[in-house]
Design a protein around this ligand. Sequence first.
Ligand SMILES: [Zn+2]
Length: 447
Amino acid sequence: MREHKRRFIWFCSTEYVAEHPDSLEKLRDEIGLTTIMPESHICHTSGFRASDEIAARGPFEDWRSRAHLSPKINEGIYPAVAGTVGGFDDAPLLKVIDAARNAELEIWGHIGLWSYGGEVFPEYAMKDVEGNALDMRYHKWGIGLCPSNRVVNDWTRECLVDVIGRYDIDGFDVDHARFPAPANISSLFGCACESCAEAATRLGFEFKKMREGMLNLKNRLKTVQPAAVEKAFETGLAWEHLESGSNGQFRNWLSFRATLLADWMREFRDAVQAAAGEDKVFGSDVWPPSVALLGGHDYALWEQGADYLTGGSSAGGVVGWATTVTNLAGEWASFLCKQVSGLEEQTALRLVFQMFDYEKFELPDSKDGIQKGPLPLERMYEFEVEKLKNSSSGNLPLYPPISASGDAVRTRKLCEAVAKNGCDGALFTLDPENAETLKVIREVFGK
Ligand SMILES: [Zn+2]
């Protein structure tokens, strides 16, 4: 087992830190902050200004004319897409970089990749195995961009190289380096566009077989009987049914998707390090272990293009580690009930919880109940962190996400889960003015 660098990372708002530069020294002194990862909620990068040359070639530059596809555009909010989009003023970020250097902190740049933006740029969006766009019913879980589109990926690589050359940053924590959340069922059947078919062949997968298998699975799901769902629960063989229903292609399909993303991560890291030196770190947030492969992450492959593993948040939203399984369970159960006439929601949910080893949490037996809560977030989070520790090779440092803005009792439990499992630090979202939060972090991590 290698010794890893201990890091306490603040996933912070560029605008906030630009206005409160003193917060960095404060967090360094009070919780041992080592690193910041700033993001502007307006442009979804750290607040980089795209160079004129990059903007001139950018595939997303006409976003302002697409407000009919993303209403937030009317408020001046950039769509979440890959790379750096032109027209953003980097004055706040430059202030943040100055403040971080004065406090002797590491700075990770933030830039998006594929899991959003497909609804705004359908010409670059994922397609499922039937050639359809992803179902907008699952919009809130992300409508992804195709992860093998050359135009987008080559340009994104140029964006990364451009940014690392012009800004004083120590590397990247790229965001959206994944498929949409697996709660988005339609995304599980993509991307099967022509460039993904080519990429599959190049990576050694039999695309035609996989596509036929996944089409078969789609059709098989339409003819399932309630008794078969009951039986899958009794025998505990649901995953095997997905495998046989896809002519033995379900795992290959997931493996192909994960290989594709990991391959691009490696290419992006190689480009960044070739341009700016091997000491520049590169990585991303990842899905928690229980759903990782469904969302495009195979940690063993990911290692080849990342220098660390972290996550987006500990609970809630699209990427919260404690809630990705409950989110997908709600959607999968609704989907099953729609496909299987006469199936009760409770039965469907029970099956999905069993598939992810979540029965032990005694969760609500309806989608409404899951949405209303309360859910045992701390226990579910700890389960995922423990699984992360046990399923990763030990080659990379682990910095699980801790959303520390909530009540102090919860924050303490989240921190304890990370400390207890011997992770190498954590990535926090927090309010630097909240003395109680800082005290809890200090106490648990022994600063
Ligand atoms: Zn594709």
